[in-house]
Write a new protein. Structure first.
Length: 81
């Protein structure tokens, strides 16, 4: 959990961006920052902190094997808006 908090802070500081990506259905820990980027809505609600700067990215093969996660991530990263 502490490593995830540090990674989130470092990524934001290094890039100068406030938004981060998190995989769908992922679990990152039980601290407030980790809960905020959790992939589970019910887990996020435990923290009581809504994060509007988290971009949800489907994990490989989710929601179906036909979905190309890598292309989707490339699109999200290249979209300036």
């Amino acid at each position: 959990t502490n490593a995830n908090e540090a990674a989130l802070a470092l990524a934001r500081k290094y890039t100068g961006r406030s938004s981060v990506m998190a995989f769908t259905n992922a679990f990152h820990g039980m601290s407030l920052g980790s809960l905020a980027v959790s992939g589970s809505a019910s887990t996020r609600e435990l923290g009581g902190v809504a994060r509007h700067d988290v971009i949800r990215v489907p994990y490989d093969g989710y929601p179906s094997q036909a979905f190309d996660s890598a292309s989707y991530i490339d699109h999200v990263l290249s979209d300036p808006g």
